[in-house]
Write a protein that binds this ligand. Structure first.
Ligand code: AP5
Length: 209
């Protein structure tokens, strides 16, 4: 099963990708997580992209495409994958269609108002990427990761000004992909406004999981 999870920031793509990857035994490939891993470990790539991620702009296409090409070339991605956060531009979608055509594109839909609520309340465990929400999916102990007890943090790009910029970038550069994939008969819309359990049930039906 080769899938793309498309949708605005904060729509719940990462939350659902973790669950679907587990249910379908396929890797969850998040370009955002790969960039954040490199930033945390201060690699050359991390140093190059930190300011871009913090502001909510997009990393240049050439760099992102090569990174995904490498990742999809690994053995665990041969029989299936979930791409979360890639492609985000038409050139990225064109490159992907040459390297690994996908079966389905799930288009997560959510209003801007809900996006802001979800992102401003999100907290993450930097070590594992585990994601919480202070209201909708709180940790057992406030501010602490359930499994390790480490402190949770707020992503730099979940500040109000960066959220606004990410939504603008999404409208201008990523939203055209909805029509791109719809016209190719690959797109399935998914209302991601209900609670996580309900969204997951709808996804299982769509994917026959
Ligand atoms: P990336 O990490 O991909 O960020 P994003 O697309 O903005 O997506 P998010 O991770 O913010 O949201 P999500 O939809 O996964 O929501 P989540 O499940 O966490 O990219 C970050 C940056 O990297 C980009 O800005 C760019 O700079 C760069 N980048 C990445 N890919 C790139 C590319 N291809 N090209 C160029 N640059 C690239 O959920 C959000 C919150 O809501 C959580 O708190 C969660 O607990 C909660 N929640 C989830 N589902 C529900 C629900 N159903 N009900 C209530 N709460 C919910």
């Amino acid at each position: 099963m080769k899938l793309i999870f498309l949708g605005p920031p904060g729509a719940g793509k990462g939350t659902m990708a973790v669950r679907v990857a587990d249910a379908a035994s396929i890797p969850h490939i998040s370009t955002g997580d790969i960039f954040r891993y490199n930033i945390k470990n201060q690699t050359e790539l991390g140093k190059k992209v930190k300011a871009i991620l913090d502001s909510g702009e997009l990393v240049p296409d050439e760099l992102t495409i090569e990174l995904v090409r490498d990742r999809l070339g690994q053995d665990d991605a041969k029989s299936g994958f979930i791409l979360d956060g890639f492609p985000r531009t038409v050139p990225q979608a064109d490159a992907l269609s040459e390297m690994a055509p996908v079966d389905n594109v799930i288009n997560f839909t959510l209003s801007d108002e809900e996006v802001v609520k979800r992102l401003s309340g999100r907290r993450v465990h930097p070590g594992s990427g585990r994601t919480y929400h202070i209201l909708f999916s709180p940790p057992k102990v406030e501010g602490k990761d359930d499994e390790t007890g480490d402190d949770l943090v707020q992503r730099e790009d979940d500040r109000e000004d960066a959220i606004k910029n990410r939504l603008r970038v999404y409208r201008e550069q990523t939203e055209p992909l909805i029509e791109y994939y719809r016209s190719r008969g690959k797109l399935v819309d998914l209302d991601s406004s209900p609670a996580p359990e309900e969204v997951f049930t709808s996804l299982r039906k769509i994917l026959s999981l």
